[in-house]
Design a protein around this ligand. Sequence first.
Ligand code: CUA
Length: 179
Amino acid sequence: MNPTALTILIAYSAVTILALAAVLWIWKSTHSFDRDRKDEVDTHKLVEGEKGWFIFAVITLGILALATLAFIPYGDNAAAKGQQQVSVEGQQFAWVMNPGTIEAGTPVRFKVTAKDVNHGFGVYNDDNVMLFQIQAVPDSVSHIVYTFKVPGRYQVVCMEFCGVNHHNMIGQFQVEAAK
Ligand code: CUA
């Protein structure tokens, strides 16, 4: 099992276990096991508790937003000077890229479309790590800008089920060192 698959397995297992624990906890907290118990509901305490949870949620989401804002890739999609343009067309069951070679170190604008049905343009490096993906949609052109830092062989894998031969819809291209 490669490291990426292992990471995904561990992360998904952890989230599943946490979710099951939460479900169990909620179930337990809403079921009374003692039939004779007659609790007075302290609404004041509940209101105070709710305030606490609200503040907790706002702070947690705020921290998550601030911590991850810098990783949003959309800013990279702004027009960059001297960027390379590559047209990509997906069709059952192949990728056509023009031009087929790319230079490292300069932003590449991929203009992605599809000839027949929806496909997913997913680009992997030689270590099988996914770098980015974007939908390939008929009658529409999707843009994504990416800068390759390392020259070498890259793979294109279709990320959207598009027919019987979807799993074979794999392409590749070369990234050459900057001249
Ligand atoms: Cu094209 Cu799946």
